[in-house]
Unconditional design. Sequence first.
Length: 267
Amino acid sequence: MKIGCSSYSYRDLFSDGRMNVYAFLDKAYELDLDGVELLGGMFPTEKEDLIKIKRRAMELGLHISACTIGCPATTDDAAQRAAGMEDSKKWVETANFLGAPALRVDTGGMPQGMELEQAFENCINFFKELAAYSGDFGISLGMENHSAISNTGEKVRKVVQGVDSKWFGLTPDFGNFIGRGEEEGYKSIEMAAPYAVLVHAKLYDIGFKEGCTHVPPCLAEKTLDFQRIIDMFVKVGYSGYMSIEYEGAEDQVTAVPKCVKVLRQYI
């Protein structure tokens, strides 16, 4: 497995101007990461900008592992659906230009008043079309578990099986599953693992590991059992990216380097 980081982990720094995509790439190099995940909206997408981003990543020896977008996959609004499909296809092209083999996608949530089965049908049909397009570029779609139609292992597996494309899989997010309840969450991660094209290693609260006698002392994510989770992906032969997505209260400047150290203890 490889260690990466989502630009979302530094969202506050992007928001207040302390960081841009080039500074993020420099930071990823400083942290000795294998690659980076770039969130849509956090970097410019004009061709001349993409060329500069691609060039800078190459100079640093960094792989752009994925781009990250949302999709209005469940909506019944024809205009919104068409616009969302057009935008999503442009992002496939952007990912391809940057050399990213994966595009993380989201379902767009559950429209108010819609029945669950209708949402599943809309979502599956949307991603069937998008996966057919992304496959022509060799880009795999990885749906993240976020909304009411993707918050359990059973639900994400239903979407994957419904889309039925080798270019469509999952971006399992540890924290989004665990938030449903500890044991149910771990079961969902295990169910999602075989379909992973990218993984979000969610971290919230990093502290010293109890009973550790190493110098320097071992760090641990105190909310999630990382050893248990990593073992699930090892078991299914996953060898792709564990992309850090930090969502804790600590300043991202000091927290993200700790996240890297936590993952290095397992990978």
